[in-house]
Ligand binder design. Structure first.
Ligand code: ZN
Length: 471
C-alpha cells in the first residue's frame, strides 16, 4: 500500500471560507416554480451577472489592505486597490469570456457606516444590508483580521464572498460582497497570525471572485492532495483548478503558471461566452449510469483529460483537464412529502428552490474543452468536501458505487475500469452520448426502489429481529 496519511497543517493548507454552493461548474442553478412557490431564476440555467450590464461595478473600502495588530499600515490603500484591480483582471483578461469590472468608488454609507475604513461588525452588517438591497457590491479590506474574528470566523480564513441580491426573474446576480483578511499580508507570521506570499494571497481572493462570478468548486488531480508531500508537481498544479475547494500547493504564479487552470478558463467562458468562444472550444456530453445502464447517477465527478503527447516533457493529461459533476443542473434536494412537513422549520416538501426538476438532467453532464483528443473518466467527490468546500449538487457528497473508471466505446457494468477510448474534439463540435455505466454490484443506490427482486431476501431472521429490538 502506497497510501500515506495526510496531515493537514495550517501553514501549508488553507481552507477557503466559501459559501455552500446551492448547486463543478455553476454555483447556483435556477429552479422552476413549484406549487405556490415562484421560480428561482431560469429552470436549469446557471445564475450569471447580466452580460448586458457589464462592467460589474464594485465599491472599495477606503482603508488600507493590510496593517499590523498595533495599527502600522503594511499595504496602503493605493497598493491594495491596484492588487484588487489585478485580481478582478485575472477573470476579465480571459480572451474567450466577456466579463469586465469597474471600481465605482468608495463603499456607500449605510447605517452606522458613514465612510472611511470599515472596521466593525456593526458597520459590516449595515453595509451587507445595503448589499442585500442591491445598492452596492462592497470589497472590504479587513486590514488586521479583527473584523473577520469579530464575525466569529476562524483566523485561517483568507477571505470570503457572499452573494447578496438576486434577480430571480431573469436568473442574474445583482450584488455581491468580498472580504479579505489583511493579517495574511501583515508581515507577521505566528501560529495565530499566518502569513502568505502576495501571489498565494491574491490567488485565494481571485478564487473568491470566481465564486462571485457564479463558479462552483471543481475537483481535478485530487491525487495530488491525497498524496501531498510538501509541494505540488507542476504538471499536477497546472491542471488543478483555482476553484479547487482548498488551497494546499505553492502559488500558481510562483510556479510559473497562469493563475487560471484550463478548467477555470473553460467554465468562465461557458458562463460568459463572447464571439470567439465557439471557435475555441468543443463540448462533450453524456450521462453517468448505475450498473443497470438505466438509472442515472447524481453527484459523480466527470473529468475530460487531454491525451498526453509523449513528444513533450510535460504531461498534458495532468495539465489540461476540465470537469463537472453529473447532474449539475438538477437540484441537489428535490424534497419529499412524507416526513418533510412536520413543522414550518423542517418543511422540505418541495426541496431546494435551486436546480432543475427536469428528469433528463439527472446524471447528465456537459464539459467544454479546447480542441484536442481527450479521455473521459468518472470518480467520487472526495468525502471531506462538504459545506463551504462542497463540489456539485450533493452536500455531503455520495461516493459512487464501484471504482473510478474511464469511458470506452463498449461501456458495460463489467468492463475493465482502465479500458479507455479517446474522443477527438474540433472547434464548435458537440459530441453527445459519452455515457459511462458504473461497475458495481448495485443496480442503483436504494434497493427499496428497485424492480423488487431483492424484497424477498431475508435480511434478519425473526429471532434476530427480536434480539435487535432488545439491544
Ligand atoms: Zn471556494
Amino acid at each position: 500500500m502506497r497510501r500515506r496519511l495526510v496531515f493537514f497543517a495550517l501553514f501549508t493548507i488553507v481552507v477557503f471560507a466559501c459559501q455552500a454552493a446551492l448547486a463543478g461548474g455553476p454555483k447556483v442553478v435556477g429552479g422552476p416554480a413549484i406549487g405556490t412557490r415562484a421560480a428561482f431564476g431560469l429552470d436549469g440555467q446557471p445564475f450569471l451577472w447580466n452580460p448586458a450590464k457589464m462592467p460589474i461595478a464594485y465599491r472599495l473600502d477606503p482603508g488600507p489592505m493590510a496593517a499590523t495588530s498595533t495599527g502600522t499600515v503594511v499595504i496602503d490603500h493605493a497598493a491594495g486597490a491596484q492588487r484588487v484591480q489585478n485580481m478582478f483582471g485575472v477573470w476579465q483578461q480571459v480572451s474567450t469570456a466577456q466579463i469586465s469590472f469597474s471600481n465605482a468608488g468608495p463603499i456607500l454609507p449605510a447605517g452606522s457606516y458613514t465612510g472611511g475604513d470599515l472596521t466593525t461588525a456593526m458597520q459590516f452588517n449595515d453595509v451587507m444590508g445595503s448589499c442585500k438591497s442591491g445598492a452596492q457590491s462592497p470589497v472590504i479590506f479587513d486590514a488586521d483580521g479583527k473584523l473577520i474574528a469579530s464575525l466569529g470566523l476562524p483566523p485561517e480564513v483568507i477571505g470570503f464572498n457572499s452573494s447578496c441580491a438576486f434577480d430571480s426573474v431573469h436568473g442574474y446576480y445583482v450584488s455581491s460582497a468580498i472580504v479579505m483578511n489583511g493579517s495574511f499580508q501583515d508581515g507577521v507570521s505566528s501560529s495565530r497570525s499566518l502569513e502568505l506570499s502576495a501571489s498565494a494571497f491574491d490567488e485565494a481572493i481571485t478564487h473568491e471572485i470566481g465564486h462571485l462570478l457564479g463558479l462552483d468548486h471543481s475537483q481535478i488531480n485530487l491525487d495530488e492532495l491525497l498524496y501531498f508531500s510538501g509541494s505540488c508537481d507542476v504538471d499536477q498544479l497546472a491542471g488543478l483548478p483555482l476553484m479547487f475547494p482548498i488551497s494546499f500547493c505553492q502559488a500558481r504564479k510562483d510556479a510559473g503558471l497562469p493563475i487560471l487552470s484550463p478548467d477555470d478558463v473553460s467554465w468562465i467562458s461557458r458562463l460568459y461566452p463572447n464571439t470567439t468562444t465557439v471557435s475555441e472550444f468543443g463540448t462533450i456530453s453524456g450521462t453517468i449510469f448505475f450498473a443497470d445502464g438505466i438509472t442515472p447517477v447524481q453527484g459523480a465527478n466527470v473529468i475530460a483529460r487531454l491525451v498526453d503527447d509523449p513528444s513533450t516533457s510535460e504531461d498534458e493529461s495532468r495539465r489540461v483537464a476540465v470537469s463537472v459533476v453529473s447532474g449539475y443542473l438538477f437540484t441537489g434536494n428535490p424534497g419529499q412529502s412524507l416526513t418533510a412537513s412536520l413543522g414550518t422549520t423542517e418543511n422540505n416538501t418541495n426541496g431546494s428552490q435551486a436546480g432543475s426538476r427536469t428528469s433528463s438532467l439527472i446524471g447528465y453532464y456537459e464539459i467544454a474543452v479546447p480542441p484536442g483528443t481527450y479521455t473521459v473518466e468518472v470518480e467520487s467527490i472526495f468525502d471531506a468536501f462538504v459545506a463551504g468546500s462542497s463540489v456539485g449538487p450533493l452536500d455531503p457528497p455520495v461516493a459512487i458505487p464501484g471504482v473510478p473508471e474511464f469511458w470506452n466505446q463498449d461501456e458495460s457494468a463489467f468492463d475493465y475500469p482502465l479500458q479507455r477510448d479517446s474522443i477527438t474534439v474540433h472547434p464548435g463540435d458537440h459530441i453527445p452520448n459519452i455515457d459511462i455505466i458504473l461497475n458495481s454490484p448495485y443496480h442503483r443506490f436504494d434497493q427499496y426502489e428497485d424492480s423488487g427482486q431483492l424484497r424477498d431476501v431475508p435480511i434478519l431472521s425473526p429471532l434476530q429481529s427480536m434480539q435487535e429490538m432488545h439491544v
